[in-house]
Design a protein around this ligand. Structure first.
Ligand code: NAD
Length: 371
């Protein structure tokens, strides 16, 4: 019996037989679809709160990223997550022992979703353990901390990525493509409005020690970052003004509302608002010599809605964190280059701008920026 000939005959028979098996619609698509067999980024989430949960749920639909571990100070949450996401016991850590992840071959990266003030030390420990760092925005409390994170990851030869999910969002990327193709002409003006009414006054977001500030650190950063990716340049100066109506809720060092303005090297300007006291403020507007783009909502979890002078933006909505984690896996595992950077240097630029905004508020001066 010639097994090789048998094998080839079987193959030939099956290929001949295929056209006689009618497959339509979804069944056909399913049959044609090849299961993904490429590399997968194995991720542990640190800080099992609201956003960490959102990322974990979104990762269920990822092709290239998988939740394999957790870091938490709350044993009951670890148990819940083990049951919900199938995380094995050997991949569960707390804040005292997570440096031991160094010896765990089943975790490639740790995604930090803890309060802002904890990001710096945690990221440096993750880097020292030889794992890639994905860190939520704001990357740290200020540029000095951000630089320390960038340096630590460079020394450890690991990647540092910041959770800028909008950098992978389809309608946002279409506006950026149109701008790069010259469809708006020279960009002249950006308006960014970012805010919501914050509730519970005891939450960490209103605690200067944990948040590093107020609305600017949490939501204003979307307009800071958005001004840069919508105009396509980094600002060279900033001015800013603070308004505080509720001094009980928004204590010293916790900003309620800040308006800020940027100037860009190409001559464009930006005018933005960051607030914790107005609801549903989520709007970007870009104006150029030949056209405009308007997005509202512009940075929420979506669907993002928008139009340009050429009509409505129609790119389909996909859960932002699913796309982000697949794309970040591509960056880490395959050296993929995103259209808009999401690395530590990108996070650091926003921290330098936010430092300058706070300085402008304090001094009333126009602050020059060199990014
Ligand atoms: P959260 O309060 O829901 O979760 C924070 C988690 O950190 C909790 O599980 C808490 O137990 C844990 N934690 C660990 N140490 C802590 C400590 N010392 N004090 C308080 N909590 C501690 O907050 P969140 O909304 O999940 O935000 C977490 C991070 O994610 C923040 O940096 C925030 O800016 C960011 N975030 C990003 C987005 C986005 O769209 N990219 C959205 C929401 C939050």
């Amino acid at each position: 019996m010639n097994s090789r000939r048998d094998f080839l005959q079987k193959i030939a028979a099956s290929t001949i037989a295929l056209p006689f098996v009618p497959l339509y619609g979804a069944a056909r698509k399913e049959a044609v679809k090849q299961p993904y067999q490429g590399p997968v980024l194995r991720v542990a989430i640190m800080g099992l709160g609201g956003y960490g949960t959102r990322v974990a749920d979104a990762m269920r639909d990822c092709k290239m990223a998988k939740l394999t571990g957790v870091v938490s100070g709350t044993p009951s949450k670890i148990k819940d997550w083990q049951a919900k996401y199938g995380v094995p016991e050997k991949n569960c850590y707390n804040y005292e022992n997570f440096d031991a992840v160094k010896n765990n071959p089943d975790i490639d990266a740790i995604y930090i979703t803890t309060p802002n003030a904890l990001h710096k030390d945690e990221a440096i420990r993750v880097a020292k353990a030889g794992k890639h760092v994905i860190c939520e925005k704001p990357m740290a409390l200020n540029a000095v901390e951000g630089q320390a994170m960038v340096d630590a990851c460079k020394t450890a030869n690991v990647k540092l990525l910041v959770g800028y999910r909008m950098h992978f969002e389809a309608k946002t990327l279409e506006v950026i493509r149109m701008r790069n193709a010259g469809e708006f002409g020279k960009p002249l003006f950006f308006q960014g409005l970012s805010g919501f009414r914050i509730g519970d006054p005891t939450q960490w977001r209103l605690n200067k020690q944990l948040a590093g500030g107020g609305a600017m650190m949490d939501i204003g950063i979307y307009s800071v970052n958005g001004a840069r990716y919508m105009i396509g340049e980094d600002p060279i100066w900033v001015t800013a003004q603070e308004t505080k109506n509720d001094h009980v809720k928004f204590k010293e060092g916790v900003d309620e509302t800040i308006t800020f303005q940027f100037g860009f090297p190409g001559g464009a300007t930006a005018s933005c608002l960051s607030t914790y006291s107005m609801n549903g403020l989520d709007k970007f507007y870009l104006n150029g010599e030949k056209g405009f783009a308007e997005m509202q909502p512009s940075t929420g979890y979506g669907p993002i809605l928008g139009r340009t002078h050429k009509g409505e933006l129609t790119q389909p909505h996909v859960t932002h964190q699913t796309v982000q984690m697949d794309e970040m896996a591509g960056i880490i595992l395959q050296g993929k280059q995103p259209v808009v950077a999401v690395d530590g240097e990108e996070g650091l630029k926003d921290l330098k701008i936010i430092d300058a905004i706070y300085e402008a508020v304090k001094t009333g001066n126009k602050i020059a920026l060199q990014l």
